[in-house]
Structure formats: structure tokens, C-alpha cells
Ligand binder design. Structure first.
Ligand code: SAM
Length: 281
């Protein structure tokens, strides 16, 4: 079709994906709110709180030394990598949670994204926060499938990718890079559109996405094609158990192959959105 990128060779897809996100970068927040009726905020809140239920004890502020003249040891940093982090939605939630819930500023998030437009929007946004100009947040231009070389093997405590892995030309390549850079015991969290399992709801959701989203894209962002691409990429993405299997194939330990507590994934909003978690053994 002249709309989607269905028949496009993989190499060209990356350039096209770049184009999509350049053209949507400035209207990105507006569109997310418009398309999901604001619910993406709740998905992201839930995602971050389940990826960071607590901070490992070693990352909590050391108490004041008994002898004030002794040198206080530097706290280790809890290192997060937010890939396809775009405008900083996940990164800022991680930092806020660490600070508000655990009184910790020893968490650092590096955002990696393929698109300069999104990184620029993210930088602008961070400039309005108290993390601005601190080592707590960094932006790097790079690809999930071959992460920038300064990110070493076994160096990351928490790897997140939200609504980004769907756009990767090779999901296995992105997952194996995640595995490589995580520390043993480090966690991966993937947030992505899932598949709605209830047949009635699935049909309603299909109608909504194919009819309404491109129109909304046209009205809010003046760009129907980019949003048509998003809808098609959601359709093509693996089902929840299929994606869990890809995580296992990459070496991650997951929960059982089921949804919910103790399972490899958790559905939000009937499976419109889903999160998968895994641990590097
Ligand atoms: N994580 C953010 C959020 O949840 O709001 C942004 C999600 S946005 C839908 C997808 C992002 O993935 C875009 O910023 C895009 O540039 C980025 N992206 C697409 N393919 C990528 C790749 N191969 N490597 C890194 N980033 C990529």
C-alpha cells in the first residue's frame, strides 16, 4: 500500500523509522495522549514501579559516618539504560521513583535513541527538571541493535525499552545486545503494544486503530502516514507468548509462560499494552 511500509526491505526500514519519529517528535506527547486517551501514562507508571519495586540495599544512601572526620564512601550507582528512550518518559519516571520513594539520587539513566529529533525533545524536557546538568541523566544517539561502544558488557543493572523494540529491524539482535550489557542478575523490562485476546474487544480495538488513529494523526500531527505505520507495526508484532519466547532465546530467565504474577508478562488494558520481564542469569 502507499500507506504502510509493509513491502519495504529491512535496510530501508531503519531510515523510514527515523523519518517517522522525526516527523512526530514535536507532537509526540500530544499524540500519545490523544491515541491512548492518556492511558499510556498509567502503563508507564506501572511499568516503572514493577521494574523498580525497591532499590537493592547497596544503592541506598550510606548513613553518616560515626566519626565525622572519616571519609564517607561514595555510593555505588544503580545504572539504567533506557533504550529507544525518546523524549525521556521512562528515564524521568525511574529517577523520580528513586528520589521520591527511596530517597536515592544514586540512580543514573542513560537514554539511547536512534532519532536526534526525539533526543532533542528529551533534552528540552529534562532542562525543566532537577536532573538537568547532573550525572543522573545522559542522552546518547545510538541503535538498540548495536549499542554504542562505551556501554560495556556486564555494566547495566536495569535495561528498559518502551514502545521501541517494535521498531527494531531485528528483535533478536536488540535482545542479545540487552543481554550482553546487563550485569549478571540485571533485569530487562520491555513495554510494548500486545495483542488483545478477547475476540470481541480485539475487533473493537482493530476498528479503533485502523479507522481512528490515522485520522487522529492527521488532525493532531498533520501526518496520517506515520500513524498508519505505527498501527501496522503493532499488528505485526509477536504475541505475548511469542515475545516471551524470544526473550528466552536471547538467554533471559523469565517467569512461567503465562500472564500475570509469576508469569513472563503482564497485560494492561486487556492486552492492548503488555510488559515482559527477564533476568540475566
Ligand atoms: N520510550 C519512549 C516512550 O515510551 O515514550 C519513546 C517511544 S517511541 C514510540 C519509539 C522510539 O524508538 C523513537 O524515539 C525512535 O527513534 C526509537 N527507535 C526506533 N528504532 C530504534 C533503534 N533501532 N534503536 C534505538 N531507538 C530506536
Amino acid at each position: 500500500t502507499h500507506f504502510g511500509f509493509r513491502d519495504v526491505p529491512e535496510e530501508e526500514k531503519e531510515t523510514l523509522v527515523g523519518g517517522v519519529f522525526s516527523s512526530v517528535a514535536s507532537s509526540y506527547d500530544l499524540m500519545n495522549d490523544g491515541m491512548s486517551l492518556g492511558v499510556h501514562r498509567l502503563w508507564k507508571d506501572n511499568f516503572v514501579s514493577s521494574m523498580l519495586p525497591r532499590l537493592p540495599p547497596s544503592y541506598h544512601q550510606h548513613p553518616e559516618p560515626a566519626n565525622p572526620s572519616s571519609v564517607r564512601p561514595a555510593n555505588p550507582k544503580f545504572k539504567c539504560l533506557d533504550v529507544a528512550g525518546g523524549t525521556g518518559d521512562i528515564a524521568l519516571r525511574i529517577l523520580d521513583r528513586a528520589r521520591e520513594k527511596f530517597a536515592s539520587r544514586d540512580v543514573e539513566v542513560e537514554i539511547v535513541d536512534l532519532n536526534q529529533g526525539m533526543l532533542d525533545e528529551g533534552r528540552k524536557r529534562v532542562a525543566k527538571t532537577l536532573y538537568y546538568n547532573t550525572p543522573q541523566i545522559a542522552f546518547t544517539h545510538g541503535n538498540a541493535q548495536s549499542l554504542p561502544s562505551h556501554i560495556a558488557d556486564n555494566s547495566i543493572d536495569l535495561y528498559t525499552i518502551a514502545f521501541g523494540i517494535r521498531n527494531c529491524t531485528s528483535i533478536p539482535a536488540a535482545l542479545s545486545e540487552a543481554y550482553r550489557v546487563l550485569k549478571p542478575g540485571g533485569k530487562i523490562g520491555v513495554l510494548e503494544f500486545g495483542k488483545v485476546s478477547n475476540p470481541l474487544l480485539r475487533e473493537a480495538y482493530r476498528q479503533y486503530s485502523f479507522q481512528f488513529i490515522p485520522i487522529l494523526g492527521k488532525i493532531l500531527a498533520g501526518d496520517a502516514d506515520s500513524y498508519q505505520y505505527l498501527v501496522e507495526s503493532i499488528e505485526k508484532f509477536p504475541t505475548q507468548p511469542e515475545f516471551a519466547q524470544l526473550m528466552r532465546d536471547a538467554g533471559f530467565q523469565t517467569g512461567q509462560m503465562k500472564e500475570g504474577r509469576g508469569g513472563a508478562w503482564r497485560d494492561f488494558t486487556f492486552g492492548v499494552c503488555s510488559m515482559w520481564t527477564g533476568v540475566k542469569a
